[in-house]
Ligand binder design. Structure first.
Ligand code: ADP
Ligand code: MG
Length: 596
């Protein structure tokens, strides 16, 4: 018998590749738009007919191609973007696999027209189902136009499986939105059957979002900025009250490339924990910048799935920074203050060694009630007296120093305890009611987090070391936490799966509480959904704060009340307890007026 293995002809190989790269008209749109961006275009037009089933055209004003390059661009594995394997680890362009044009040309009728600046005339090429038909000179402006007609004309099964025009158009619009969001500096036009769908002028990100999703979006957006050596995050989330029933506007971009990631989506969702119901989906537009060597974008032909080196850290940072921004902006506009930006980074990541970047300082003495600028305070004070000023106007540029306005020395807050549960105080816009237990939990939680990550834990020595016994698997769980427990102030004479002897504990803890705490930690450790855990440090801090916080029912002296209030508002997220419950609520003068 003769040999049976032979190399597939190129046009067959291209068709097979096309099966992966081109699932529907929207896939063609994505590839063509990305090529236009890689070519440095500043204006890109997308024209589709019948949901892209009849034709898809992308016109750009980018670099264009030479006559030879135009011809080569349809060959499989032809790309100008990488030349060696190492290049894969520092990709700056959208494309690099060199298979899009070859794949598309294998399953459609394609006409390419392109001209470079330095050439008088351009070149036009016609290809049908990988077959070269003709190439000829053409007069045109610099740039490239590609028309893709009759997609899947030679794969009838594929064509039959296309969805309705409405559905396919939706997919195309989704692609355009993703690309347009990632490149707000580029002007985009989209026409469907000659009707304008989008005209998106060059702008900043916020305006681009508003141009795409409508004017009302503007007031919904909360900005996110975070800088760590592992990742920097920029973008917006929508306030919790605008969360959607349907998973809608959720955009993650990594190094300006749209990606799908259920894992990081979960991180955002967790940041909204307690603020939206489980059935709702947060809206977000988040741009992550990570060093190119820490992310692999070549794990999937359409490059929408990527693999990160340090996924868990990203999860933690994203959750913390979204949470933080929500804390600053969402709960009540009355307490919308400007925080010291040095407190913005989750503690854990502040202390990672940074070689070239400046070290971030935490200002522990930061106190939002301290008035640094007497001049501005005086003017605010006179504003407050002037009752004709509508409060909403003052709300706009509210800053921390004008929150508590009733006293001349701004660091002093007048407080009153209510039912041994709340601390009440007057604020500029009315009154604030602070839940003493939750507020203290918040303060301690952030304290523990800081102590544990900065490594400043002190510990009280027990006169009589405590011996504890749990079943074997539980003991094993605790041994996993040893490092984190020690950095929170626990000291062990022994911590093995055989026996636990505790000889030192974190300061405010009482020895009788230790067993309960360990039980809770074990329970928490068991409950954690694999791979989604924030970090053991986080829940140790939670459990410790819960057990050491001032309880409801405790009478607090004037000093203690003031201290609690003052410290609460130096927290990163003063408005929610570590368990997502509100720490305080406010009543405005208008609300009181309405009742009277
Ligand atoms: P890739 O983008 O992965 O390199 P493609 O098949 O999408 O592969 O494109 C092949 C090559 O054709 C690109 O590397 C680029 O040099 C060229 N090219 C494609 N589209 C354009 C365009 N709109 N303007 C200029 N050059 C283009
Ligand atoms: Mg490409």
């Amino acid at each position: 018998m003769s040999d049976i293995i032979h190399l597939l002809p190129d046009h067959v190989a291209n068709q097979i590749a096309a099966g992966e790269v081109v699932q529907r008209p929207a896939s063609v749109v994505k590839e063509l738009l990305e090529n236009a961006i890689d070519a440095g275009a500043t204006t890109i037009k997308l024209l589709i007919k019948d949901a892209g089933k009849t034709s898809i055209q992308v016109i750009d004003n980018g670099t264009g191609m030479s006559i030879t390059d135009a011809r080569l661009s349809f060959e499989r594995h032809s790309t100008s973007k990488i030349s060696k394997a190492e290049d894969l680890f520092q990709i700056q362009t959208k494309g690099f696999r060199g298979e899009a044009l070859a794949s598309i040309a294998a399953i459609a009728h394609v006409e390419l027209r392109t001209k470079r600046e330095e050439n008088e005339v351009g070149t036009s090429i016609l290809i049908e189902g990988s077959r070269f038909i003709k190439q000829e000179p053409v007069a045109m402006p610099t740039g490239t136009s590609i028309i893709v007609k009759n997609l899947f004309y030679n794969i009838p099964a594929r064509r039959r499986f296309l969805k309705s025009d409405a559905v396919e158009t939706r997919h195309i619009i989704n692609e355009l939105q993703r690309v347009a969001l990632a490149h707000s500096g580029i002007t985009f036009f989209m026409y469907h059957n000659d009707n304008e769908v989008y005209h998106l002028p060059e702008s900043n990100l916020k305006k681009r979002i508003v141009n795409i999703f409508g004017k009302k979006t503007n007031e919904k957006l909360v900005p996110i900025h975070e800088n760590t050596p592992i990742v920097s995050i920029d973008g917006f989330v929508a306030k919790p009250e605008f969360a959607k029933k349907k998973r809608g506007e959720q955009f993650f971009f990594v190094n300006n490339r749209f990606i799908k990631t259920a894992y990081l989506n979960h991180a955002v969702k967790m940041a909204f924990e307690g603020l939206i119901s489980n059935a709702q989906h947060p809206t977000y537009f988040l741009f992550l910048e990570v060093p190119t060597h820490t992310v692999d974008i070549n794990i999937h032909p359409t490059k929408t799935e990527v693999k990160f080196d340090n996924e868990k850290d990203l999860y933690a940072i994203i959750r913390a920074s979204v949470k933080h921004s929500l804390g600053q902006y969402s709960v009540t506009p009355v307490l919308d203050f400007n925080r010291d930006s040095s407190m913005d980074t989750p503690y854990k990541y502040k202390n990672k060694p940074i070689s070239s970047e400046p070290v971030i300082k935490v200002d522990r003495n930061f106190n939002p009630f301290q008035n640094k600028d007497v001049g501005s305070w005086e003017s605010l004070y006179s504003e407050i007296k002037d009752i004709d000023i509508p409060p909403t106007e003052q709300d706009e540029n509210r800053d921390t120093t004008d929150l508590f306005s009733s006293d001349a020395s701004m660091s002093k807050v007048h407080t009153q305890q209510l039912h041994r549960k709340y601390i009440v105080s007057t604020i500029k816009s009315g009154m604030v009611f602070i839940h003493q237990n939750r507020a203290h939990q918040r303060i301690l939680y952030e304290d523990f987090l800081r102590i544990m990550t900065v490594g400043e834990a002190s510990s009280q020595q027990l006169l009589f070391p405590i011996q504890l016994q749990f079943d074997k698997p539980d003991m094993a769980l605790l041994t996993e936490l040893q490092g984190d427990l020690e950095s929170s102030g626990f000291q062990f004479k022994s911590l093995t799966s055989e026996k636990i002897i505790v000889k030192g504990i974190p300061p405010k803890l009482k020895d009788i509480e230790i067993e309960t705490i360990f039980k809770e930690l074990i329970a928490n450790q068991k409950d954690e959904i694999p791979n989604t855990s924030f970090s053991p440090v986080d829940y140790i801090a939670k459990v410790l704060s819960k057990n050491t916080a001032i309880k409801t029912g405790k009478t607090l002296g004037q000093k203690e009340q003031e201290e609690l209030v003052n410290t609460l508002f130096t927290c990163k997220e003063p408005n929610v307890s570590p368990f997502g419950k509100a720490c305080f609520t406010t009543i405005t003068i208008e609300e009181i007026d309405k009742r009277l």
